[in-house]
Design a protein around this ligand. Structure first.
Ligand code: DGL
Length: 281
């Protein structure tokens, strides 16, 4: 593996583009590979084993494409699979952590709301994060699963009436209980930031962890001697597990540049369960 190899990034769909954008900002010289697993989104209502299977398949794909590091740009996949991926692959695996710690440092009301998928909130790693943070603080952390929101974003509906109403239903109970900091525990949700501010008002802080993860990617590459030489001009390549024609417009819109979305190689998604099943042997 050399500094000239690319960084691989994946998510259940287009949400990880919010993290990819921060990685591009932090590391302009790096070549970036992105897989949107939109053919299998949402992950949030799947079992841990199903999510793990997808995470393994996509990590294998990215490593097969020469990735020198893999970023799990999905909180749900982090909760289900980050430990397994780290134990299994020799490349640095960088994963998500909802911004609960910064929210605790910021809150004045002492009440924090976390929006995330059901699977993330139920995961061992999220529970461990709360236990670590809880040990150091008296803040009250309110957990709000948000079924349906990822589907709205995958459909490209970032500001329609239905998305607004769904989001308001999830936010209002948190605001009514005094939350003054909202943690976005899903990488899709930063696309809803304008709507969140509209519903919650500008006095409420909205935190995501994309920039922190991008800094962590830099640190891991630096410490492994894998950082691309300054002065290179990084490129991006995008794949999807859904039909590329269906995602092309949305990915281009969210990336704010016309991109070519490639299909994952035939058979790849179908192989994923077999790959994950192999872990037990
Ligand atoms: N972006 C994923 C996350 O961060 C969305 C999960 C889903 O597909 O439900 O959790």
């Amino acid at each position: 593996m050399t500094p000239h190899h690319p960084i691989g990034v994946f998510d259940s769909g287009v949400g990880g583009l919010t993290v990819l954008k921060e990685i591009r900002r932090e590391l302009p010289a790096e070549d970036l590979l992105y897989v949107a697993d939109s053919g299998h989104a949402p992950y949030g209502d799947k079992s841990p084993l199903q999510i793990e299977a997808r995470a393994v398949a996509l990590t294998e794909f990215l490593i097969g494409q020469g990735a020198k590091a893999v970023v799990v740009a999905c909180n749900t996949a982090t909760g289900a699979a980050a430990r397994l991926l780290r134990s299994r692959y020799p490349v640095p695996i960088i994963a998500m952590e909802p911004a609960v710690k910064p929210a605790v440092a910021l809150t004045r009301s002492g009440v924090i709301g976390v929006l995330a998928t059901r699977a993330t909130l139920a995961s061992h790693s999220f529970g461990a994060l709360l236990a670590r943070v809880g040990a150091a603080t008296a803040a009250q952390v309110l957990l709000q699963p948000c079924p349906g929101l990822v589907e709205r974003i995958e459909a490209g509906d970032l500001d329609g009436d239905f998305t607004r109403a769904l989001l308001a239903d999830y936010l209002r109970p948190l605001l009514a209980r005094g939350a003054d900091s909202i943690v976005l525990g899903c990488t899709h949700y930063p696309y809803l930031r304008p709507l969140i501010v509209e519903v919650a008002g500008t006095g409420v802080a909205v935190l995501d962890s994309g920039a922190a993860v991008a800094r962590q990617v830099r640190r891991r590459l630096e410490s492994s001697g894998l950082l691309a030489p300054a002065g290179c001009h990084g490129t991006e390549r995008f794949w999807t597990s859904a039909h590329p024609a269906a995602g092309q417009e949305l990915v281009s819109r969210l990336w704010q540049t016309r991109v070519t979305l490639e299909p994952l190689p035939a058979g790849w998604p179908a192989d994923s369960l077999a790959i994950a099943a192999g872990r037990a042997t």
